[in-house]
Design a binder for this molecule. Structure first.
Ligand code: MRU
Length: 373
């Protein structure tokens, strides 16, 4: 998608590996947005791992792509079996909830393990690049499938009346390699000239909605309002939301959806107000090994995310301020689970599917049988 009119992705090969010259990976440092657009270069396994852990890159699909490139970085100069194990374990330990991390690491292992060590470095760069490209294509297809839903709602509206979409967290292009999941249908609808308006949940504590979703929608001219996290229920009661579209970090085989903390409350409000609640997801986010959302590991992050807020002062300095009293303990659960019964449907790259075991298994039969085997 575009930043200041320039096509930009969230991750790229900064320097391709060549004889005697290691490869390097470029990322957008998302901890600096929306106040500063800064890129940084990753040279080592440790830098890739800390970029994921510290959320310089974040969002389930981007975490997967960053991990794949992290493997390529980590094998440079030592593609041995022992190193491959270290690289896998180091990256796997970065964040627990987004299953795209495990998916991407397993995919890299599947390709690399059978190869002789001397062939692994080139193969790792190749497969990481493919994973990134596949993410872009998948999200574009999610967009096309979700666009049909937005078109249908727009057709029932008076001419010029916008389709109001509520989203939570950032499941936009910044959370993927490009396009986003929840935002892909929105961008395509906007490009097609359908009037859309997005309610952007601020998404405490890290404010991914206020900082990232609002930033990217703004750069694309998509009309939106940032709302406090608890506003959605009120908007839905007053017919100000036509549909909810969120992303997910892990969806289980039965359709339970794990996403950023607060998603569940939006699903409850949507259910109570007959507002359709859609989840946009690429197939690597489906965990066919789990059959209940209760089994998903929920990340708990540091207290500082709760006790402090980041922002920009009037003189342009990006700073951090404490909002809680000294000594108040905090609990920082990063994700929650929305039960499948509250989900209208899943928008995938292969089509829109009910959040039910049989329907999901039928749509992704090959993934399902691989897990069962
Ligand atoms: O903690 P984050 O910022 O990585 O959480 C991101 C989300 O919860 C997104 O909604 C999810 O990863 C889907 S991204 C397409």
């Amino acid at each position: 998608m575009k930043v200041n009119g320039q096509p930009t992705r969230t991750i790229w090969v900064e320097t391709a590996p060549a004889e005697g010259q290691p490869g390097r990976v470029g990322i957008i440092d998302q901890t600096r947005l929306p106040h500063a657009f800064e890129t940084m270069t990753l040279d080592t396994l440790e830098e890739a791992a800390s970029a994921i852990r510290d959320m310089r890159v974040r969002g389930a699909p981007l975490i997967g792509a960053a991990a794949a490139y992290g493997v390529a970085l980590g094998l440079q100069g030592d593609p041995s079996d022992a190193r491959l194990g270290t690289v896998y374990n180091t990256l796997y330990a970065t964040r627990p909830t987004a299953v795209n991390l495990r998916w991407a690491l397993d995919e890299m292992m599947r390709v690399l393990t059978p190869l002789p060590p001397e062939e692994r470095e080139a193969a790792a760069w190749r497969r990481a690049g493919e994973i990134a490209e596949e993410d872009v294509a998948i999200n574009r297809s999610i967009g096309e499938n979700g666009l049909k839903i937005i078109r249908e709602i727009a057709a029932r509206k008076k001419p010029g009346e916008p389709v109001n979409i509520l989203t939570h967290c950032n499941a936009g292009w910044l959370a993927t390699v490009d396009w986003g999941t929840a935002t892909a249908p929105i961008y395509l609808a906007h490009e097609e000239g359908i009037p859309v308006h997005v309610w952007v949940d601020e998404t405490r504590p890290r404010n991914q909605g206020a900082a990232l979703t609002a930033w990217e929608l703004g750069h694309h001219g998509v009309p939106h309002h940032v709302v406090a996290d608890n506003t959605g229920g009120h908007l839905m009661q007053h017919d100000m939301v036509d549909l909810v579209i969120v992303g997910t970090d892990r969806t289980t085989a039965n359709g339970d959806v794990c996403n950023k903390i607060g998603t569940y409350l939006k699903a409850l409000a949507a259910h109570d107000n007959d507002v359709p609640f859609y989840v946009a997801l690429p197939s690597p986010t489906i965990d066919f090994s789990l059959h209940s959302g209760r089994d998903i590991p929920i990340e708990q992050r540091g207290a500082e995310e709760m006790t402090h807020v980041h922002g920009r002062t009037p003189d342009g300095e990006i700073t951090t301020l404490q909002v809680t009293p000294d000594g108040s303990p905090v609990a920082n659960y990063a994700f929650d689970v929305t039960p499948a019964r509250l989900v209208t449907a899943l928008i995938t790259e292969r089509g829109v599917v009910k959040a039910e075991s049989e329907a999901i298994a039928a749509l992704f039969a090959e993934r399902n049988s691989r897990t069962a085997a």
